[in-house]
Ligand binder design. Sequence first.
Ligand code: HEC
Length: 155
Amino acid sequence: MITKHGVRGGLVGAWILAGAVLALAPRSAPLGAAAVARARDTVHDSLLVPDSVYQGWKWWHVYCFRCHGEDAMHPVLATAPDLRWAVSPTGANFPRDSFVYTAWNGRPAKGMPAWNVLLDSSAIQEIYQYVKARSDGWLKPGRPHRLSDLQNKSK
Ligand code: HEC
């Protein structure tokens, strides 16, 4: 038989459980781009990025920066375009597919190497995400970090 006390105890238990689930969720749930964007807005952290953008930043600063410029700005090679401009709606408005195609196949005659020998298509997608974040402007120049990096640091 369920007593009045028993029912209330059950409810309190459920609340505590719900609280615990909410408290744990940010750490245990896989971190989607939306969650990262929310966290970024809350703490005004413009270097906080999802994993894909973080990986793109790493690839960029291995393979692309020496011509297209550090932090995807100020190209080093005079003939290499600023790719922030290339993917911007107010610039060349290069769609993602064309970006990936060009990065994959290069334009060897014009000094743009083909990257299909060194990078797979997911790496090139990640580079696109990085360049797009820099182009859209929410990602500032510098070394980005992920939510997991911050959590590890505060441990
Ligand atoms: C050795 C120098 C060099 C490196 C390294 C380099 N690029 Fe390029 N890239 C160029 C040049 C030069 C062009 C312009 C080609 C042309 O005039 O059509 C270019 C053009 C591009 C374009 C086309 C942009 C447009 O508006 O037409 C994309 C996309 C691109 N590069 C992506 C990349 C990516 C991604 C990497 C790194 C994986 C990279 N590039 C590394 C030299 C380089």
